[in-house]
Design a protein around this ligand. Structure first.
Ligand SMILES: Nc1ncnc2c1ncn2[C@@H]1O[C@H](COP(=O)(O)OP(=O)(O)O)[C@@H](O)[C@H]1O
Ligand SMILES: [Mg+2]
Length: 426
């Protein structure tokens, strides 16, 4: 019979086909008073059965096991016991495994061997995550400065595929949302290899690293001083300058979400660029997002990855309207076009509307990057592709998030839109 644990104790089920590994982890966990192993299983199928019976807070799951692997078992447990947090402990330190684990519904990914502290901290963090990231975000939702109330929309731009144009879309969305009286902040949420600085030619005096220590009592002025300002007036919170510095910021995977929540009501829109890693940091950004923009390209590989991400969003019970699909790098060459998926095909396959297709135009996009300005403000002719589509997309997001006044106003001029926002606030 399983032993009963007192309530303040985190109950853990170990699923691993190697007996020595299980015994080792059990022993490690026994040193901590708040952690208790309540059961052990040697196969995926046994793991599912025990998860159902014991309803542990946490499962530490191996990937390679006889009968059913840990990823499949994870998917099944997430469906039947969604309150259990699953941590994958894999022998392979492979980002592909990590992504697949997260897509299966795991909350964290560790590689063997992990240090005792890594295991303890991860178990506690995953256990804590559920209540911390409820939509209300409780304490975290308190505005820094209650006298400044923006609309507080958080738009997270994500692509599971590198090079699809996540940073391009995020940067241009932020720039395209700017208008008189509307406060927009762009956050580089790709801490390790963020490109926002390159795209906008910004050399930051300070970055997110300066905020990490003070995140609990962040001061508005201090925060504003940590931002880089682009010539266009766009404010940017930059990531660390060097990849190895990212680790300092990522000690707390919720740090970017916490910062954003603190300053949220100082802005009307906070646009967040993300890395393709579905780690806890990116997941926490999804949780706090008002809207997630999913960027795909018209290739089979890209669309297949998007499909997995949409499955994940379903598992997280995100409402349909929280997600907007955008297709980038759509070739204008009819010969190439024939080899790629059409927007309709993608729509049918994903059962989701593709809100906008952005044409590929190397000249315009590269020229903008070279000049360090957003594509949407790089040329005078705003009817030219892909400027036109990028602006249309920003207007779409704006209209979708900012409530219309009672009498239906046609979608257009800057002045009118501004007053709409004021109206929404009063
Ligand atoms: N619509 C487009 N047409 C042409 N080139 C594009 C387009 N969108 C993005 N690019 C280019 O593709 C590369 C990858 O884009 P980026 O935004 O950095 O993608 P990600 O952030 O998803 O890795 C960049 O060199 C960018 O200039
Ligand atoms: Mg990028």
């Amino acid at each position: 019979m399983p032993e009963k644990a007192p309530e303040s104790v985190i109950t853990i089920l170990l699923v691993d086909d190697s007996v020595p590994t299980r015994e080792n982890i059990k022993k490690l966990l026994s040193f901590e008073r708040d952690l208790k192993v309540v059961g052990m299983a040697g196969t995926g199928i046994e793991g599912i059965a025990l998860a159902r019976e014991l309803k542990p807070d946490i499962i530490i799951m191996d990937i390679n096991m006889p009968d059913m692997d840990g990823l499949e078992a994870t998917t099944k447990i997430v469906d039947s016991a969604p309150s259990t947090g699953i941590i994958i402990l894999s022998a392979q330190d492979d980002s592909n495994y990590m992504r697949r684990s997260m897509l299966a519904g795991a909350k964290a990914f560790l590689t063997k061997p992990s240090s005792p502290d890594e295991i303890y901290n991860t178990v506690r963090a995953v256990h804590k995550r559920a209540p911390v990231l409820q939509p209300s975000m409780g304490e975290l939702n308190r505005p820094v400065d209650p006298t400044r109330t923006g609309a507080g929309h958080i738009v997270v731009v994500y692509s599971p595929q590198g090079g699809a144009g996540c940073t391009t879309i995020a940067t241009n969305l932020a720039a395209g949302l700017m208008r008189d009286g509307v406060r927009v902040l762009l956050v580089d949420g790709n801490l390790q290899f963020g490109d926002v600085g390159v795209f906008l030619n910004l050399k930051p005096q300070s970055t997110i690293l300066e905020l990490v220590e003070d995140v609990e009592d962040l001061d508005t002025d201090y925060f504003e001083n940590s931002l880089a300002a682009h010539n266009s007036g766009l404010k940017v919170l930059m990531g660390p300058q060097r990849p190895e510095e990212a680790e300092k910021a990522m000690v707390d995977p919720l740090v970017v979400s916490k910062i954003i929540n603190k300053v949220r009501w100082n802005y009307d829109f906070i646009v967040v660029d993300t890395s393709l890693h579905l780690d806890e940091m990116t997941l926490s950004l999804f949780d706090i997002a008002t809207r997630i923009v999913l960027v795909s390209t018209p290739t089979l590989a890209s669309v297949k990855n998007i499909r997995s991400v949409l499955d994940l969003f379903d598992q997280l019970h995100y409402p349909h309207e929280k997600i907007t699909m955008i297709l980038n790098r759509v070739s204008k060459d009819p010969h190439i076009k024939k080899l790629l998926l059409s927007s309709e095909q993608i729509s049918n396959f994903l059962k989701r509307k593709v809100e906008m297709s952005i044409p590929a135009d190397d000249m315009v996009v590269l020229e903008a990057v070279r000049k360090g300005i957003p594509v949407v403000s790089s040329q005078r002719d705003r009817t030219k592709s892909p400027i036109k589509e990028l602006l249309e997309f920003a207007n779409f997001i704006y209209a979708a998030l900012v409530p219309e006044p009672v009498e239906k106003a046609p979608s257009q001029p800057i002045k009118k839109v501004t007053s709409k926002l004021e109206w929404g606030r009063s």
